[in-house]
Ligand binder design. Sequence first.
Ligand code: GLY
Length: 577
Amino acid sequence: MPRRFVRHAIALVLVAFAVAACRQATVRQTVDIGTYLGGQASLSQATPVFGAHGMVASNSALASEAGAEILKAGGNAVDAAVATGFALAVTYPFAGNIGGGGFMNIHMADGRDAAIDYREIAPLAATRDMYVDPATGKLTDKSLVGHLASGVPGSVAGMAEALARYGSLPLAKVMAPAIRLARDGFPVDSALYRSLRGNRAVAQFAGKDLFFPGGEPLAPGARLVQSDLARTLEIIAAKGPAGFYAGEVAEALVAEERRGGGIITMEDLARYKPEWRTPIRSTYRGYTLLTMPPASSGGITMTETMNILEQFAPLPPYGSAAYTHLVTEAFRRAFIDRNEKLGDPAFVKVPLEQLTSKAYAKTLAAGIDRTRATKTPAFKVAREPEHTTHYSVADAKGNVVSTTTTLNGGYGSAVWIPKGGFFMNNEMDDFAAQPGTPNMFGLVQGEANAIVPGKRMLSAMAPTIVLDKDGSVLLVVGAAGGPRIITTTTEVILNVIEHRMSLADAMRAPRLHHQSIPDTLRYEAGAFSDAVADSLRAMGHALLRTGGLANANGIMRVNGGWIGVREPRSTGGAVGH
Ligand code: GLY
C-alpha cells in the first residue's frame, strides 16, 4: 500500500480515538478529511482537547493556561477571556497586545448577548490623505511601519469594560497571570523566534535591545523577561484603564510618538471609549449565528455569505467543483458590498438590515450562474503578512466569549514604547488610505472607510458564536488573517453544520478564499482535486494555490463539556478545565 495511504489511515484511526475519547457526540463526522489534507498539517497539531468545566483555545499555550487558571479559580468565561487577552500581550507580542484593539462577542448562559467594540480610532490630527505622497500622488508605507501608522489603542479600555459588566473577578486578579509571565519571563519558543526573524522592522525601533539582543532575534530557549511591560500591567491592574490612558504609561506613549513623528496625543488617549454593540443575530438552517457588527465588516460579510448559501439546499459535497464555485460566488458578492458600503457606523450609514436580510440574499443567489464565474475587476495583490489573533473561551455554566484582537501586521507598526514595554498597532492601514487603492490585504475599499479623525477603521474581525437548534451553544470560533478571517470563520462553521465534520476536521480542512478583488480564488493544497481545478478554470475562475489561509481557534460543545482545537496551521494551545 502506498505510504501516503498508510499515513492517512493511521491519521484517521487516531482522529477516531481522540474524538471518541473526547466523547464528541453532538456532530457526526461524515467527511473523510484525510482525503483533503494534502500533507499540510500534522495530525498532532489538530488534536482536540476535552474540558468538562471549561476551555480556552488561543495562539499561545501559556495564554490559554492563564485563562484556564482563572476558570479554575472560580472565574467565568469573561474573566478568563480578559486573563487570556492580557497574557497574549506578554506571550504572543506578534499580535496579542495592549497597544492595539479588538472585538469581543459574549453570550451568557442566562441568555444575555453582548458585543464590545474596542477598535482603535484615528487620532484627532489624522487627515484623509496623510499617507499619500504629495509629490507623486502615490501611497507611502507610513500606514504600515513607524509612528504615524498607529490608531489610538482600545484593548485596555475594552477588556476592562467587558470585565466590569460581565466578569465576576477584580481586574487585578485576572491580570495576575499576565503580570507573572511578564515579570518572571518565559522560554522563547521556535514560533516566537521565527516571527521575530520574519519581522526585522522591530529591530529599527526601541524594542530592538529586548527582542534582538546583539542584532539577532531572541533564540529559542532564551528567557524573555519584560520588566517594563510587567510594570505597565501592574499599573493597569491597580488603576484600571486610567493606568493606561492617563498618567505615566500614557506619557511614555505620547513621548515616543512625538519623538518619532507620530500624532497620538494625551487628548486622544483621554477621549478613547469602547462601544457596546448589539451582535448581529441571524440563522442558518435553524442554527443561530451571533457575530460582530460594524465597525467590523466581519459579521455582515459572513452573514450575507451564509444567507446566500442557504438558498442552495443541500450544498454540494465539500471539495466538489459545484461547492467551490458556489462558495466563491457567495464570498464574491458579500465582499463587493463589504468593500463599498461598510465603515464606522458613527460616520457612515451602514445598510446592515438590508445586507443581512434573507430577501436580499435571495436576489444575490438568483444572480449566480451555476456554470460560470462572475467577473470582478482585477487588481495587483498586495503583500499579506500574518497578523491578528483569535481566542475562544467557555465555562462550566455555558457562558462563552469569542474575541479577536490585533496590532494589524505582526508586531504592528514595529514601534515599541520605552518604559511602557509594548508594541503599537499599524491599524491606520485598515482605512482606505486612498479609496480605490489596495491596502496590505489587497482590499480595495471605498469612501465609506476613508480616514476621518475619531473614526474607527473598518475591520474584518468576526468573533462568532453559533447556537444549536435548541438554543444551547454549539461553537465559539473566529480567526486571524485580515479578510481571510471572514472566509475561514464561515468555512469552519459550514464544515461543522453543513458537512457534519468534527471541530478538529473542520479546522484542518483545506480552506478557500475569495474577496472579490483581486478576482482570484485562493485555495490551500488539498481543497480540491486536479480534475476539480480544471473544471473551475473552465468555469472562468482564476486559481491561486497558497499556504495556510488564516488562523482560527475554536471550541465546540459536546456531551459532558467542551472540545477545544487550536489552529492546526500555527502555534498555540487549547487548555481544558
Ligand atoms: N487588522 C485586520 C482587521 O481588523 O481586519
